[in-house]
Ligand binder design. Structure first.
Ligand SMILES: [Zn+2]
Length: 96
């Protein structure tokens, strides 16, 4: 079973940051994300999306808060865990 310990940014090599509203997608290395206030190696992946906005949507006067994160992990085992996390995260979005 997957434990309750959520994956954190410190386990991740890079992140795919996608805007579900406009479809804009970028890969970011974790070091780049550490420059953002409130984001560090202990930040859970589930928290990161809420700390980011889509600048393209903001320029159009939209909130730009519908961000989907996908992680590239350093180990195969963690990658599998990431897939499981992504599914549960999307399920949570659908419910909420
Ligand atoms: Zn957008």
């Amino acid at each position: 079973m997957v434990s309750s310990s959520a994956p954190t940014l410190g386990q991740v090599l890079s992140l795919s940051i996608e805007c579900a509203d406009c479809g804009r997608n970028r890969w970011r290395k974790t070091q780049e994300l550490y420059r953002i206030k409130g984001i560090h190696s202990g930040t859970q992946l589930s928290e990161i999306g809420s700390r980011l906005v889509c600048s393209s949507c903001v320029d159009d006067g939209l909130p730009g808060k519908n961000i989907v994160i996908q992680a590239a992990f350093s180990f195969e085992e963690d990658r599998l865990r990431a897939d499981a996390w992504r599914v549960s995260n999307l399920a949570a979005r659908a419910a909420g």
